[in-house]
Design a protein around this ligand. Sequence first.
Ligand code: CTP
Ligand code: CA
Length: 225
Amino acid sequence: RGAESHTTDLAGRHVVVSAGGTREPLDPVRFLGNRSTGRQGYALARAAVARGARVTLVSANSELPDPAGADVLRAGTAAQLREAVLKAAADADAVVMAAAVADFRPAHYAEGKIKKRDGQEPEPITLVRNPDILAEISAERARPGQIVVGFAAETDDVLANGRAKLARKGCDLLVVNEVGEHKTFGAETNEAVVLGADGTETPVPYGPKGALADTVWDLVADRLG
Ligand code: CTP
Ligand code: CA
């Protein structure tokens, strides 16, 4: 099934997709962020609309144009993303966490801009953990039979790390990609393997992010029955 197909296997379904990268503010002008552009999540949202789903896209700091036909909600920080995703997931058939969520946030937010002073070393930045949204959604399915999908970018022992992460998160599917040139962040293309909690392994050849999106929805549709 390609991006051009007119299958409506997600008709009557509500799916939630998170996309982009969260930003954790340090002061009014600075944040800790990541390189995610939102491309993969937006491709997932577009593909789900094309397959007939009602789509809620929770977008974190992406500059991409809103996908036609999707309800787009904005989130800045991991905490805001968590709130929006949990709320939208309440009546969702599937939740796909494609967003790059900050694992940590600064323990303190400076109300005024942090200034440098002559002869003074900078203050270290203390970080605290953010909640794990994917693990939380997986543990407390808002609906019986809700399908939960995560994404993971790994640099080494890709499959072993992916399997361990899938088990740790408790999700149904984990899309694992190897980080490298022309792959993942900001790229138009992607290459991945989709691991299933049922032991399945679906390789997705190097290709457009829309093709990976369609493979993810194929696997989700199978599991929704
Ligand atoms: N994720 C999440 N909440 C977090 C961190 C990650 O929901 N606080 C989700 C991401 O959206 C992604 C999946 O978890 O779908 C895997 O993210 P990843 O960063 O690979 O997992 P971590 O458990 O944070 O592991 P690592 O220490 O390798 O970063
Ligand atoms: Ca992480």
